[in-house]
Ligand binder design. Structure first.
Ligand code: ACM
Ligand code: ZN
Length: 554
């Protein structure tokens, strides 16, 4: 009797286990980007079909439903997530996994288990599973595997400038999806600029009624050939900001808002001219590239207008007037509750000091505060904002210019003019995020053949250049290396007027960055990465994304 039962059980198991139990898998069946820390290829395949059920604790419903959705899309079967303890794909929390973002994935022919220390880890396991979905002639399958994985850096970011060009809410969500898909965890949202103010501040309504629109934009590369004479507008209401932050949270992405100061503040000055050292001096649209409407406004008593060309502008927030600080504190008091992030980015880059030199208020401030020069005045400005934000429980991030004149005591430095600023800051035991132009400026051209490309700002950063980037500089000791939190790509959108073009500029460079910030440095192998990228390209195709093809054409 017992033997009969055993035979019967074996027979049933074999039929359930399906036809792929003995299937030998090949390395190309595991095209995961970023490359996992440890992966063991196994024999056999799991088949996705109408019997597939995802299950787990109610606390993993968000991740479970996301996975069920992905699997349904891939297989055509109606795959659901069930709270409880039945099914063949299990999501679970496992406190023995040491990294809070780490996960383990076990795929066998009959069941799959994704475990993470937190829901975030489980989510990354799900993203890996998504990339493992393959096809045979007749089935949608996942190759058997054991993976143990965790990220190299805690900060894995993508920046997006929505001020040079505004992008609608659905695209911001798509951008967040891409961040999550690449196991990155931070969206740096550049919301204010000379060319537009893009976040609603209820107690300062002119910031959006005036500051969110410009009368025109230069045509072609700076200095431009003409002005398009077309109004460009857009801003995010606070309700939309909440919606985006909630969406990002569901994808385990932190949103860090950037409110630029003291430079790149032309749109705020157009709304509230007194924030300038010289409220009556007309906004300069260099090279006479201003729109007819803007010139008309300036001729008729409105000297300050939203900037229409690109570059670094002289008109910046006055550091002498108390009014400037009252304004910024009012802005930040509304911004802070919208963002759960521990950080607020306060900009700090590219602030020319010419106006401050000729401003009586700024000079008075310098004398009163015993500041030796205008760099120290900039440092005073940043430190004062840091004190305000720290008191509200937030930390600041600033571009590396915040080193000049003395670093604010608790500031994190975002190193963009190469790695120099980051190295200096780490040596001073300040946290650092690396975003050096040469490796991670995604507004650069991505091929030498610039003639056949849409116009970009300049530079050259290929997918391979991104891939070869190591955010932990040799110049730092092992102890100093600990201050490098991670890296981020910056997407400045002077020349990216459409969402399609943004996608083209970030993909597939973002996939290379994802491996830089997630996978161990020892495993870098461009040829191996290029092979895996072919599969990710198929996913980009399935998702209808517009990506650059250069790296696939060699
Ligand atoms: C920057 O690219 N100006 C930070
Ligand atoms: Zn001033």
């Amino acid at each position: 009797m017992r033997v009969t039962m055993l035979i019967l059980t074996c027979f049933l198991m074999m039929s359930c286990a399906g036809k792929y139990q003995q299937a030998e898998n090949q390395p190309q069946d595991y095209p995961v980007i970023p490359k996992p820390v440890a992966m063991e290829m196994l024999t056999g395949k799991f088949i996705l079909n109408k019997n597939t059920k995802v299950f787990g604790d109610a606390s993993l419903k968000n991740e479970g439903e996301f996975l069920a959705n992905v699997l349904s899309g891939a297989s055509g079967a109606d795959i659901q997530f069930y709270e409880g303890n039945f099914g063949n794909i299990e999501l679970k929390l496992d406190a023995s996994i040491s990294s809070v973002e780490g996960y383990e994935l076990s795929v066998e022919s009959k069941n799959i288990v994704v475990s993470g220390n937190t829901a975030k880890g489980v989510f990354y396991g799900v993203q890996t599973l998504r990339q493992l979905i393959g096809k045979t002639n007749s089935d949608i399958t996942i190759p058997a595997v054991k993976i143990k994985d965790a990220p190299r850096y805690v900060y894995r970011g993508m920046h997006l400038d929505v001020a040079r060009h505004y992008f609608p809410v659905p695209f911001i969500k798509k951008f967040i999806d891409l961040i999550a898909m690449h196991k990155m965890n931070t969206f740096h949202w550049h919301l204010t600029e000379d060319q537009g103010w893009r976040i609603e501040i209820k107690s300062l309504p002119k910031l959006t009624s005036v500051g969110a629109s410009r009368y025109g934009t230069i045509v072609g590369h700076h200095p431009g050939t003409s002005n398009d004479e077309t109004v460009h507008s857009g801003f995010y209401t606070q309700e939309e900001v909440k919606e985006i932050v909630a969406y990002a949270t569901s994808k385990h992405v932190t949103v860090i808002p950037e409110i630029e100061l003291p430079g790149h503040s032309g749109a705020a000055i157009a709304a509230y001219p007194n924030l300038s050292c010289f409220p009556n001096e007309p906004t300069k649209i260099y090279n006479d590239m201003g729109s007819k409407k803007g010139k008309e406004m300036q001729a008729n008593g409105t000297p300050k207008i939203v900037q229409e060309t690109w570059g670094v502008m002289d008109d910046v927030f006055c550091a002498g007037k108390e009014e400037t600080f009252t304004f910024l504190e009012t802005v930040l008091t509304e911004v802070i509750p919208l963002f759960p992030s521990e950080y607020i980015h306060i900009g700090g880059d590219e602030c020319p000091k010419g106006n401050w030199k000729r401003c009586a208020n700024c000079q008075k401030r310098m004398k009163e505060e015993g500041l030796a020069d205008e760099h120290e005045l900039q440092s005073y400005f940043i430190q004062r904002m840091e004190k305000f934000l720290n008191a509200k429980g937030k930390k600041i991030i600033g571009w590396d210019e915040i080193l000049e004149g003395g670093l604010a005591p608790n500031a994190t430095v975002m190193s963009w003019r190469g790695e120099k600023g980051g190295i200096v800051a780490a040596k001073q035991h300040h946290d650092v995020i690396m975003t050096p132009g040469h490796s991670v400026y995604f507004d650069h051209y991505q091929t030498k053949d610039k003639k056949n490309e849409p116009v970009a700002i300049g530079g050259l950063t290929t997918v391979e250049d991104v891939y070869n980037y190591n955010p932990s500089p040799k110049e730092l000791s092992a102890d100093e290396q600990k201050y490098i939190l991670g890296a981020q790509a910056n997407v400045w959108t002077e020349y990216m007027a459409t969402t399609d073009y943004v996608e083209y500029m970030i993909l597939p460079r973002m996939s290379a960055l994802s491996e830089v910030v997630w996978s161990p440095q020892e495993g870098r192998d461009w040829n191996d990465f290029s092979e895996r990228l072919l599969s990710l390209k198929e996913m980009y195709d399935e998702l209808g994304l517009n990506y650059a093809k250069h790296t696939f054409e060699r």
